[in-house]
Design a binder for this molecule. Structure first.
Ligand SMILES: NC(=O)c1ccc[n+]([C@@H]2O[C@H](COP(=O)([O-])OP(=O)(O)OC[C@H]3O[C@@H](n4cnc5c(N)ncnc54)[C@H](OP(=O)(O)O)[C@@H]3O)[C@@H](O)[C@H]2O)c1
Length: 431
């Protein structure tokens, strides 16, 4: 089954292996080739997708904060950030956590959430009783739930965290549209059916940063790019359409908050993260090839998942005046520090010329699809000098006094990720 890939937008500077694109493309398989023509729908059709159905109107004006929710509806709970949201909801609130999960039936949906909690080292026996899971799909009318079940959820749920999405930077808009666009419209319809429910929509900084034309500019939380500047990435387009739909629901009176995380890494406590990300694929490639390309001043900025989830849940319960919140790490770590930490763990990772790495890759990638994917992603990681300044004033204001702050990028944070990957076998155990 093809795995999602993401571009290395959180690495600034210039890195990458420039080698053998044809053979590597063949190795990576047809579904994993980054599509540079991802805008595969006419602009007018995408613009039409961004128009919220006129029948979606909230029943009544309600406050945006839900201080003590009884039932929170969460999408994407069997995913990486979703597991952290479940954990934070379980620890910060007394709410029942109602999760929409793709599965054969409700018990299987519940098992999927619990398995994900375990994978990301968030397991606690008390969590199981807090989670009520439904087998459903964002792409189906009324999420594919039985009519009575859908009505019950419309009546009982107090607030929605819409985090579920098809996350794949390599896929074209048309393939992401059902989950990310239709799914978001269905969530807004759900929120407006029966008692109105505030919606917290998990978007991405990539939508805001599309407004930045040059290096070292500030990306404001108020940035709302027009469709014309969003070129080339079907995933970002689909999230942009989602934001537009959410903003129109807000204009009609539904309390909504858009949360835009930057690239998310594992928990700052455990480093447990999804390996299915360009940063970790590149690091694994460096370990397996025994060499890293010259980093030329590249830097890494990642935002730990525990912070992202804690901030979203806090903002949900405490309320906010702001429409958009950036969830970002304002600190950076040189990529060279990552290679140093790998060496400190016993890996041979010498700075090696791109030509030499390409030669090693041509030999090794043949049996290893992740190496081929790392190469493709590395070739795209050429964000020379691009280092935006993130405006996260809304977030810091909303979190002031809560004690929730983004952990800085440190060598120890990288160490925890390396240790987790060695434990799980994603990285080999050093000799
Ligand atoms: N990871 C990042 O660096 C990052 C950065 C910025 C923003 N975000 C946003 O954060 C959110 C979570 O991302 P993630 O990294 O946690 O991704 P993830 O691990 O892939 O989780 C996404 C979840 O959405 C679910 N989903 C996808 N299509 C669905 C459908 N048709 N019906 C129901 N559920 C569906 C997936 O279900 P299955 O498990 O069944 O596939 C999965 O559980 C997304 O909205 C993403 O855009 C992520």
């Amino acid at each position: 089954m093809p795995q999602p890939t993401r571009p290395v937008s959180a690495i600034t500077g210039r890195i990458g292996f420039a080698a053998h694109p044809r053979s590597i493309t063949e190795l990576a398989g047809p579904n994993e080739i980054p599509r540079l023509d991802a805008r595969d729908r006419p602009e007018a059709e995408i613009g039409a997708d961004a128009e919220l159905d006129s029948t979606i109107v909230p029943e009544a004006q309600i406050p945006s904060s839900v201080a003590d929710p009884r039932a929170v509806f969460v999408t994407g709970a069997a995913g990486f950030l979703g597991a952290h949201l479940v954990w934070q909801l379980a620890t910060q609130t007394d709410a029942e956590i109602r999760c929409l999960v793709r599965a054969a039936d409700a018990p299987a949906a519940h098992t999927r959430v619990m398995d994900t909690m375990q994978r990301y080292r968030l397991w606690h026996p008390d969590i199981a009783a807090r989670v009520v899971a439904f087998a459903g799909d964002l792409t189906e009318p009324e999420f594919g739930l039985a009519a009575a079940e859908y009505r019950t959820q419309c009546a009982e749920v107090d607030v929605v965290i819409h985090n579920g999405a098809r996350v794949n930077h390599a896929e074209p808009y048309a393939r992401l549209r059902a989950a990310n666009v239709t799914g978001t419209e269905s969530i807004l319809r759900f929120a407006c059916t029966g008692p109105s429910k505030p919606v917290h929509f998990v978007s991405t900084t990539s939508v805001g940063s599309a407004t930045v034309a040059g290096p070292r500019l500030t990306v404001h939380e108020a940035s709302r790019p027009g469709l014309e500047v969003l070129a080339g990435n079907g995933y970002v387009l689909s999230k942009w359409v989602g934001e537009e739909l959410v903003a129109q629901a807000a204009d009609r009176g539904l309390p909504t908050v858009i949360h835009r995380p930057d690239r998310i890494c594992g928990s700052s406590r455990t480093g447990a993260t999804s390996p299915d990300d360009a940063v970790w694929l590149l690091i694994r490639a460096a370990v397996l090839l025994g060499g890293a390309p010259p980093s030329s001043g590249a830097e890494l900025s990642l935002v730990p998942a525990d912070y992202v989830a804690a901030a979203i849940v806090r903002i949900m319960t405490a309320g906010t005046e702001a429409a958009v919140h950036h969830l970002v790490n304002r600190t950076y770590l040189p990529l060279d520090t990552v290679w140093e930490r790998l060496r400190g763990k016993g890996f041979d990772v010498d700075v090696t010329s791109v030509t030499e790495l390409a030669a090693r890759l041509a030999v090794d990638a043949g049996t290893d699809r992740d190496l081929a994917r790392a190469l493709i992603l590395g070739e795209r990681a050429t964000f020379t000098g691009y280092r935006p300044t993130w405006d996260d004033a809304n977030t810091r204001h909303a979190l002031s006094g809560s004690g929730i702050v983004c952990p800085p990028m440190t060598a120890e944070l990288i160490d925890r990720h390396i240790d987790y990957f060695i434990d799980t076998g994603f990285l080999p155990r050093p000799a």
